[in-house]
Design a binder for this molecule. Sequence first.
Ligand code: ATP
Ligand code: MG
Length: 723
Amino acid sequence: MGAAARDPLAGLNPAQREAVLHFEGPALVLAGAGSGKTRVLTTRIARLVEHHRVDPMQILAVTFTNKAAGEMRERITRLLGYEPKGMWAGTFHAIGARLLRAHAHLMGRTPNFTIYDEDDALNTVKRVMEKHGIQPKEVAPKSILSAISDAKNALVSPREYGELAMDPFTKTVAKVYPDLEPALRQANAVTFDDLLTLPVEILRAHPHVLAGYQHRFRFLLVDEYQDTNHVQFEFVRLLGGQTGNVMVVGDDDQSIYGWRGADIRNILDFEKTWPGAAVVRLEENYRSTPNVLELANVVIAENAGRRGKTLRATRPAGERVSLVGALDDRDEADFVVDEIAARRAGENRVLRHFAILYRTNAQSRSLEEALRRRAYPYRLVGSVRFYDRREIRDLMAYLKLIANPADGEAFRRVVNVPKRGIGDTSVDQIAARAGAMGIPLLEAARSAEVRESLRPAARTALAEFVNVIDKLRAAAPNVGVDELLRELVDAIKYGDHLKAEGPDWQERGENVRSLIDGAAETVIEDGGEVGLTPLDHFLQKATLVAGVDALDPNADAVTLMTMHNAKGLEFPVVFITGLEDGLFPLARAYDDPKQLEEERRLFYVGITRAEEKLYITHAEQRLRNGEKMQSRPSGFLDGLAPGLFDKKLTLKARSSGRAFMSGLGGGGGSGRGERGDRSWGSSSWGSRSERSTGNDRAARGGQTGFEGGDDFSWIDNKPSNRR
Ligand code: ATP
Ligand code: MG
């Protein structure tokens, strides 16, 4: 290939070219899905390096998911013909973590601080509540945690929060919030939110640090800017404040994280924040066929709060969009997999060409089963299920304690795993001592006072436990994480423990083995500057990236994920499943026009992932917690012109004598937001308790780098008065 093949400008349209050629000063690219925003961003980076001779070290590129960050690196490498060294490209959280590690001491941490997951953060909140005598029955710890999370993302300090607190709930939060930071500091830990708020605090409080980064990062580029929240906005504003070389790209129609504090005004008011910003609009869609695009345009036109954009198709007409009614979720899954099989055989397609999207992670189960029945490999993006397993959580907690002996939550989790006769009373004694002395639990466990207060058996057991941690701690800097894990499993006889725990020990043992295999592949990325051990790298990666993907990224597999996680991606064939009232849109969205519009934007995101063929499916019945629930087609389908689709029923639905279930073309009488039939929606998906079933970590979604997402579980743990 000659140089021409790598000319980054080749093939760009005039507007794209203008954006790529933009050199200094602020710039905004506001354009619809598939118009080449991300391509412009990566091409501009290549141009900065290649043409303007900008050192990659001086470039900071922020994307929304780890996957997107990886793809960005790949695209730039392809354009340049080599890998840009020293460039910071990642999610806001990954970049924040890196900055925080470099200045951890300014926030009372050491560089190997632990990133607490949702459970750990929740436990910390519970302990602070206990201290204040706040009963979990009166105020749910989860709602307190999420109120604090909202406050942090809005950069509202504990003091400010206290001044604003009016009602009983916020007043309770105001008691807990100020004590959370000291508790985390004590454990040398941070929450996900802290990965953004603490760096901003550092940059605000230490002008020389800010100046250093402003000087280093001459060019800032942000993808998916419509989904930034206040703290992210501030982060960008601070870092770019000196040069003003900030380019953001985004699409207001794809703003889907309002429930997490994302503020669409960040993009709409960009020119106010950055006066004189160049504004570029891209109006050609290169991704999807006209049929797919027409549906996308019609769907999004229903939303009132829009800036309005033109998006023209450039591809030749393709197949019509299929709208498919199934009998139940299993039938829906079978249909999807049958279609994949047929297209694979008939059209020379590989599995990588297919993506199955859904609103909630819970929907993946029947799809996974159907894929397994056909022995099709699949990739479940954003699933944290692996890390949720008890055995994995145990061993990860051990590793966290080894890496960060101040981690109190890790200590509590493993001090009696396997059972050593160190019960709650003993732990309480250790914790009391730690509290009194202001030292970590592990430290307290060494103290003579604590030991003497314990029964002899517990005393010996505790000494042994401390010994194991110390031994592995000493080994950690010098051995691979896989080796460390093997030693750990040996030292605590974890295999025996699993056998004693239950009949599924073999499967659990397999999981332990995959953890070890995964650990063997820990790559140390540039970041050695703060002297982290392989273990520190592994833990950081595991917490930020999550969802062990057993498949290598190039393996041929079907992709399954939520629509939130699909943002920015594209696939030749896309299935959007579960278009049913109460599921998509979620039931609660009917009460709030703003939420309904956000759900519709999510639908727009889903539709615009498809390059050539789009299927939209719904089922008449869906299994939910072992119960069959009746459902009806989504209100999103009401009133759409029949000509937009090719409508059909699955074989099973047809043979069961069903009439076509969707009211499409039949006048679509029931107005949005006032549907009478919410039985399915609200009883099945609407109950609070059910939503607190532990996928919250996943829900942190792409921004955390946690490409996870039972987003609905997170939404619903927010107090309803949140904003
Ligand atoms: P989204 O809003 O979904 O993130 P986007 O605006 O970032 O979309 P890209 O992913 O950059 O869009 O581009 C969509 C597709 O169109 C990609 O496959 C990209 O390579 C292709 N594309 C972009 N610009 C052109 C062009 N000028 N000629 C041909 N293909 C293009
Ligand atoms: Mg993009």
